[in-house]
Design a protein around this ligand. Sequence first.
Ligand SMILES: CC(C)(COP(=O)(O)OP(=O)(O)OC[C@H]1O[C@@H](n2cnc3c(N)ncnc32)[C@H](O)[C@@H]1OP(=O)(O)O)[C@@H](O)C(=O)NCCC(=O)NCCS
Length: 180
Amino acid sequence: MAMPIETGRLLLRDFVQEDWRAVHEYGSDSEVVRYMPWGPNTVEDTKDFIRRVITYQQEFPRRRFEIGIVLKEESKLIGGCGIRENDAALREGNMGYVLNRAYWGRGIATEAARALVKFGFETMNLHRIFATCSPENKASERVLQKCGMSLEGRLRQNMQIRGKWRDSLLYAILSHEWNG
Ligand SMILES: CC(C)(COP(=O)(O)OP(=O)(O)OC[C@H]1O[C@@H](n2cnc3c(N)ncnc32)[C@H](O)[C@@H]1OP(=O)(O)O)[C@@H](O)C(=O)NCCC(=O)NCCS
């Protein structure tokens, strides 16, 4: 399948085991994982994550893409993102992203998220792509809006983040709403 995905500044590519240090830079940062159900990672957590997502690369047909975000100008892995088909009959997928804190505020997540939406519709042939974010995670909510998603509702206490129940905002886009 069409991997890696290239955008203006980024290369979205499969993880390799040696990426663990770069993943650990953001995966062990408590500020980065604040709204995530996982982390902050131990080294073992990060290595387990990489091992697990490498197994997805062997699936055929492949329906789970957990991929690294590489900033081309620095040849550095600065984050991760993913898109997975969660219901094959409905052709529904969901996506997410995370970035090293040193690279926030430069439109990088938006660039990656838009590329994932394009990949989901054009390559995975999805009908609907959704994403959720914490209502307090304003930057993430903005990224979802900027990739053309609409707010569908608020899921109440559907997440547990380090022992606390948390609500999520549900955002989605349908294939006919996506203008390429
Ligand atoms: C969420 C995250 C991926 C955003 O990455 P980013 O590359 O900084 O995002 P972008 O620069 O593409 O866009 C961020 C948008 O949010 C806005 N924003 C940032 N902080 C904000 C805040 N506190 N309140 C309101 N808007 C905010 C920015 O202004 C920008 O919008 P604009 O282009 O309209 O000005 C990054 O902060 C991150 O990795 N967070 C931790 C992991 C995470 O929460 N992932 C999402 C889980 S749902």
